[in-house]
Design a binder for this molecule. Sequence first.
Ligand SMILES: Cc1cc2nc3c(=O)[nH]c(=O)nc-3n(C[C@H](O)[C@H](O)[C@H](O)COP(=O)(O)OP(=O)(O)OC[C@H]3O[C@@H](n4cnc5c(N)ncnc54)[C@H](O)[C@@H]3O)c2cc1C
Length: 292
Amino acid sequence: MSLPARMSSKQAGIPAAVVGILAAAGLYTAYSYTQPSNKVFGGGLAGGLKLQTSEAVNHNTKRLRFSFPRPDAETGLTYVSSVLTASWPKGSFTPVLRPYTPVSNVENPGFIDLLVKKYPEGKASTHIHSLKPGDSLFFAFPIKAYTWEPNRYEHITLIAGGAGITPLYQLIQGILNNPADKTKMTLVFGVNTEDDILLRDEFESYQKQFPDRFKIVYTVSSNSIENTSPEFRNGRVTKELLKELLPPSSSGDTKVFLCGPPAMEDALTGKKRGESGILGELGYSKDQVFKF
Ligand SMILES: Cc1cc2nc3c(=O)[nH]c(=O)nc-3n(C[C@H](O)[C@H](O)[C@H](O)COP(=O)(O)OP(=O)(O)OC[C@H]3O[C@@H](n4cnc5c(N)ncnc54)[C@H](O)[C@@H]3O)c2cc1C
C-alpha cells in the first residue's frame, strides 16, 4: 500500500507510526525477495507472500496456499509453530495482526498452506477469505508454540475444538512423518456438525498408515449425526468420554495437548484460578496439560 505521490502522511492525516509500519513492511517485502537466505521464516520479517490457490473446504473455512519467492526456499519452521500475519482490511490503515498455524508439512519447501475459518465480522479472516490468487498477504514472523521432543512420551492425547485442530495437526504430522518417533496418539476432535470436520482425509490416511499408533474419535455436538461408526460420538467433549479414552494420569508417560474455543478450554481446564476443570477431575496436573 503506498501513499499518493507528493502527499505527506501529515497531509493525508495518517499517523507517522502507521506510515513507519507500512514503510517497514514494504522494505521487508522487497528484502525477502532479494536476500540469499533460503528460509522464509528464518529470522526477521518474512514479508509478502503471493496467494497461489484458495479453496473452500466447507461452509466457513478455506485452505489457502501461499508460495515462496523461490520454489526451493524452506519454511524455516519447526514443530509446533504458527506465523503472524498482518492484514490491512479495506479502509484500515492500522494492520490487524493474527497468527495462523500452517497445515502443510513444514519440512516441504516452496509454500505454506493455511486453513482459515471465517468469523462473521472477523477482521483478518474476512480479509484473508477475500484474497484472490496473485494477491499478497504480509507475514511478520514465526511464533514457536511448543518444542516437540520425539519419544518424550509413550502416549499423548490431543483434544481439539473446531479450527483449533491446526496446531494439533501440525504436531501429528511432526510425529508421524518422523520414522524415529514412536509416540502413540489419541485425537479427540469436537465439532458442531460432521461438515465441520477439517482435514478428515488426512486423518483417515494416517489412521490407515498407523492403526496401532493413531486413534481418532470425532464428537459431534449437533443432534444431526447419522454416522454410526465407532469413532463417531454425539455431544461435547465430556468427562465420561475422556475417562473412556485417556490413559490414567498416573502413567507419567502421558500428556494432553489442547486447542479449542474458550468455552471448551474453560470446561476442560477450569475458568477461574483454582478451578481444575474436567482434566483436573480426571487427575491430570497442570504440568500434564499444554494449551496452544
Ligand atoms: C497461536 C494461534 C494460532 C492460530 N491458528 C489459526 C488457524 O490455523 N486457523 C484459524 O482459522 N484461526 C487460527 N487462530 C485464530 C486467528 O488468529 C484469529 O483469531 C481468527 O482468525 C479471528 O480473527 P479475526 O480478525 O477474523 O476476528 P476478530 O475481528 O478478532 O473477531 C471477530 C468476531 O469473531 C469472534 N472470534 C474471533 N476469534 C474467535 C475464535 N477463535 N473462536 C470463537 N470466536 C472468535 C470474536 O468474538 C468476534 O466477535 C489462531 C490463533 C492463535 C492464537
